[in-house]
Design a protein around this ligand. Structure first.
Ligand code: NAD
Length: 315
């Protein structure tokens, strides 16, 4: 049995990671101050091998018992959250990552950071390979998230190169599934919420911009495979099936058998036009690939989360 510390363990991805690590027989220490996460995501976990510490990792934090793996996921992740919390986002990416890396160094633990496809910005290379350096506006409103993650990657490599910490960098592309918050502003929970209530589906711009959507169980499988590998350079984990936002809206309407119409709203600033991972590295080095296609993932999201949770009462 390994002991895994998960920062952001009460969030969307973090809580699924905690579930899977426990299912595989590990002990899990979840460190989360509930800034954008929720106790509801972990309240079903009643094993003695699980502990939640309500700590803000922007401040130094310590754990006495030995730790084998540090999974560093804590960060606002949806545009609504990081635009509301710009300084917090920069601090958790910088100070928070520094503290999580320091903890991994002290315990000689393997460290994995949940980075993001946003490090590629509005990409000029398509699909995006890990070798692409990105096209990010550092002073735009989204820059707080993109640059926090780029800095966090630089910090991670510095700890690896100079301090000998065993690090991994996972570049996560859009992921969806149960436990996403209905009002978190990301396309799939927003479209599902609107479709399930037969309300207009709000597509930004003309809807020709593309995204690639990975179901959460595929993502978590990739995350654990990367943690268990000895790889130090960044690895993309995402589903390379690419959809326009209009195609996504149509898939949601079809899956929910909704009567919703599609309406258009202005594009947010610096919204990427295209996004699709090149997952050659993950396939070759980890033997990883996604298994759940979009319509199946949408159905599972509805079945697992339940309509009530997806519709949500408040923002
Ligand atoms: P989330 O907001 O659901 O989870 C983040 C968690 O971090 C929350 O539980 C929050 O309370 C916690 N947190 C934030 N600041 C903290 C702090 N200072 N101290 C302690 N805990 C703190 O987001 P998510 O979608 O689960 O994303 C998890 C990670 O994966 C993030 O780092 C995000 O950047 C990355 N990521 C997610 C996606 C995606 O599609 N979901 C895509 C790319 C990258």
């Amino acid at each position: 049995m390994s002991t895994c510390l998960v920062t952001g363990g009460a969030g969307f991805l973090g809580s699924h990671l905690c579930d899977e690590l426990l299912r595989r027989g590990n002990r899990v220490i979840c460190v989360d101050n509930l800034e954008t996460g929720s106790l509801a995501n972990i309240h079903h976990i009643r094993q003695p091998e699980f502990v939640h510490l309500n700590l803000d990792i922007i401040e130094p934090f310590f754990v006495d018992e030995p730790v084998d793996f540090v999974f560093h996921l804590a960060s606002p992740a949806s545009p609504i959250d990081y635009l509301r919390l710009p300084l917090h986002t920069l601090k958790v990416g910088s100070h928070g990552t520094h503290h999580a890396l320091g903890l991994a160094k002290k315990h000689r633990a393997r460290f994995l950071i949940a980075s993001t496809s946003e490090v590629y910005g509005d990409p000029q290379e398509h699909p995006q390979k890990e070798t692409y350096w990105g096209h990010v506006n550092p002073i735009g409103p989204r820059g707080v998230y993109d640059e926090a993650k780029r800095y966090a990657e630089a910090l991670t490599m510095a700890y690896h190169r100079q301090q000998g910490v065993d690090t991994a960098i996972m570049r996560i592309f859009n992921t969806y599934g149960p436990r996403m918050r209905p009002h978190d502003g990301r396309a799939i929970p927003t479209f599902l919420r609107q479709a399930l209530q037969d309300q207009p589906i709000t597509v930004f711009g003309d809807g020709s911009q593309t995204r690639s959507f990975c179901f959460v169980s595929d993502l978590i499988r990739g995350m654990i495979a990367l943690a268990e590998s000895g790889i130090h350079h960044p690895v993309n984990i995402g589903n390379p099936d690419e959809f326009t936002l209009l195609e996504l809206a149509e898939a949601v309407i079809e899956t929910t058998r909704s009567r919703s119409e599609i309406v258009h709203e202005p594009l947010p600033t610096d919204d990427p036009q295209v996004r699709r991972p090149d997952i050659t590295l993950a396939r070759e080095l980890l033997g990883w690939g996604p298994e759940v296609e979009l319509r199946e993932g949408l159905r599972r999201t509805i079945d697992d989360a339940g309509v009530e949770a997806l519709v949500g009462a408040t923002s």
